[in-house]
Design a binder for this molecule. Structure first.
Ligand code: SF4
Length: 357
């Protein structure tokens, strides 16, 4: 692997971020190969205004807000869901999205809102829950859908393709874009989508991608395949995780996504608004959209002062380059979401890569 050209590869999956940090892989790689983390943690990429909206909803009288664990600790402009809960809001943590149906049955006097974040991996499950809620005609249940889609954010991250920008043959040139030589592709997302939606990486940016599994040897194999493509001058989408991922993805999950959701513009922390990068419930399920059921006006919120999560999520800074890393910001006292989520790159770096003096 060390004989290939100098290469910077980005992973866009929080599970990869943690696997790489926990296994110490970076230290084992040749000096010519470096890894950087991108916007792969769904909790981390959730915009501050959306966090504030969730907190405002939780504080509404009669609302029971249910969500996944990491979301509860993410700091909003004025506190977090955990703080709202401490002040009396009814906030519950779920481990499976289907639990929300039981929770709704058990709380007929509450307006249950499920705050749902995630990429294409979790969205089909949520689609199944929404469809079941509609089939059973639940009346006191709605969903605050903050799901995101990976292909549009990768495209936005890379900026204008080099040919259009009139630059060299292989690297993105848009200001604020990371300099990359390829992607370690997310195994879970590709298990759902397949590789077709990512072929633009090779066709428009001449960047290779290899779908990787989550064991250290899976990741090493994918890195070796990326280097092989670079050495051979190829920029293709390959699969190193064949025991799970098929080129066409999971058609059943894709159908569920298509039936329940439509792509909409979404806000990404540190990146901004990206067309068609989020999901909203289709008209047939609009009665279950919490945004329609509650009229909440939440002002756009600036990111937390001093927090470099935006730069970290764009791959422009590594976590230790944030001045707050390990000082004002730790997993016990997080300033930004990248230190809250178990899949956040700051939390992973703090836990596994930090050099303790
Ligand atoms: S160390 Fe903390 S403040 Fe800095 S980027 Fe990471 S989460 Fe944000």
């Amino acid at each position: 692997m060390g004989e290939g050209p100098p290469s910077r590869y980005m992973e866009v999956c929080g599970t990869h971020t943690v696997a790489i940090a926990r296994s110490g892989l970076k230290k084992l790689l040749p000096p010519t190969v470096s890894l950087i983390s991108g916007p792969g943690c769904p909790v981390c990429v959730t915009d501050q205004q959306d966090i504030d909206t969730a907190i405002a909803l939780a504080r509404e009288k009669g609302v029971l807000l249910a969500t996944f664990g990491d979301m509860v600790r993410v700091p909003g402009t004025n506190g977090s869901l955990a703080q709202a809960k401490a002040e009396g809001a009814d906030v519950r943590i779920l481990y499976s999205p289907f639990e929300v149906l039981r929770l709704t049955d058990e709380n007929p006097g509450s307006e249950v809102v499920f705050l749902s974040v995630g990429f294409e991996t979790t969205a089909p499950l949520i689609a199944a829950v929404v469809k079941e809620a509609a089939r059973l005609e639940y009346r006191n249940l709605s969903f605050l859908i903050l799901h995101k889609l990976l292909p549009p954010v990768m495209e936005a991250l890379l900026g204008e393709p080099p040919a259009l920008a009139g630059s060299g043959p292989s690297l993105p040139v848009t200001q604020g874009s990371p300099i990359l030589d390829g992607f370690l592709m997310p195994g879970h997302v590709c298990a759902i989508l397949g590789v077709e939606p990512f072929r633009f990486l090779g066709e428009c940016y001449h960047l290779p991608g290899v779908v990787a599994g989550f064991d250290p040897d899976d990741i090493l194999l994918a890195l070796w395949m990326l280097q092989r493509q670079r050495c051979q001058g190829r920029a293709e989408m390959e699969i190193a995780y064949r025991r799970v991922v098929r080129a066409e993805g999971n058609r059943t999950a894709q159908r569920l996504l298509e039936e329940a959701f439509q792509p909409v513009e979404a806000r990404w922390r540190g990146i901004g608004n990206i067309p068609c990068s989020g999901l909203a419930l289709r008209q047939a399920y609009s009665a279950y959209d919490a945004r329609g059921r509650f009229s909440l006006q939440v002002e756009p919120a600036p990111d937390t002062p001093g927090c470099a999560c935006g730069e970290v999520l764009r791959g422009l800074l590594s976590p230790p380059e944030c001045p707050l890393f390990g000082r004002a910001c730790t997993p016990q006292s997080p300033v930004g979401p990248c230190m809250v989520s178990s899949e956040g790159s700051c939390a992973a770096s703090y836990r596994y890569e930090r050099i303790i003096p």
